[in-house]
Design a protein. Structure first.
Length: 244
């Protein structure tokens, strides 16, 4: 691997993580909205909030570290098949409301995947390309999407998020293989994902609810009809009861 490329990718990943973390706080979003309307001194910013100057200064430091001190422009990549471009437009409007100007890049799926994998896409709406292998085990999502091993050229960790402490905790959680300790393992994974949400490399937009209707003629366990891995249905394990 080209070491120069590797260093650049690591820098991109760290910067993207800083941006998402900076945007995860409501006060910092309000500061960006204010700066989008006009340039302000620190004192003028403080005058718009019921917070102390040291607190506002800390927020400004986080924004500055993420290169957001004056608001910013970016690009949002999206798979060019409906409804994804329309969802991306809604996200674009939400970002504009907090001082972020996002140009939409509506491209073929392969082009979006390539831009995520080589680190050239600063933001991606991943609808239509979502990872579904988070069922039934949480490690299936963490490893390729959020773990350090996926933060490489061609990988699926498009946020280039790499928290080595969490990688170690994930390995510890995966070492719990006794079914009797399933609740303990789930608790460990829950703590890992809580920490990820604090760092905000990803921003969940909605939680999908899916409903499946089936005839009484159909056989097979009910959970086979809503298995998110086999879309639209697990054909290998369902059947018709009254075949002549």
């Amino acid at each position: 691997m080209d070491d120069t490329l590797d260093r650049r990718d690591r820098r991109n990943g760290r910067q993207i993580t800083k941006v998402f973390k900076a945007l995860s706080d409501g006060t910092r979003q309000e500061i960006l909205r204010l700066l989008e309307r006009q340039q302000c001194t620190v004192g003028e910013i403080v005058g718009n909030f019921s917070l102390s100057q040291p607190t506002i200064s800390r927020h400004l430091s986080v924004l500055k570290e993420a290169n957001l001190g004056d608001g910013f422009s970016t690009e949002l990549y999206v798979y060019n098949t409906d409804p994804n471009p329309r969802i991306a437009q809604a996200i674009q409007q939400d970002l504009a409301a907090i001082g972020i100007k996002a140009e939409l890049k509506s491209l073929a799926q392969a082009a979006v995947i390539a831009a995520g994998g080589d680190g050239t896409a600063p933001m991606i709406w991943s609808g239509g390309m979502a990872w579904i292998a988070d069922f039934p085990d949480p490690s299936n999502f963490y490893g390729p999407i959020l773990g350090c091993a996926g933060a490489v050229p061609g990988g699926w960790n498009w946020s280039w998020y790499c928290n080595k402490d969490l990688d170690a905790k994930a390995a510890e959680a995966d070492s719990v293989v006794d079914p009797a300790k399933g609740a303990e393992r789930d608790k460990m994974w829950s703590a890992i994902y809580d920490k990820i949400m604090e760092d905000a490399p990803w921003a969940p937009v909605f939680n999908e609810q899916r409903f499946t209707m089936k005839s009484a003629r159909m056989g097979g366990a009910d959970n086979l009809y809503v298995d998110p891995v086999h879309i639209p249905i697990n054909y290998d394990n369902v059947y018709v009861k009254d075949v002549q």
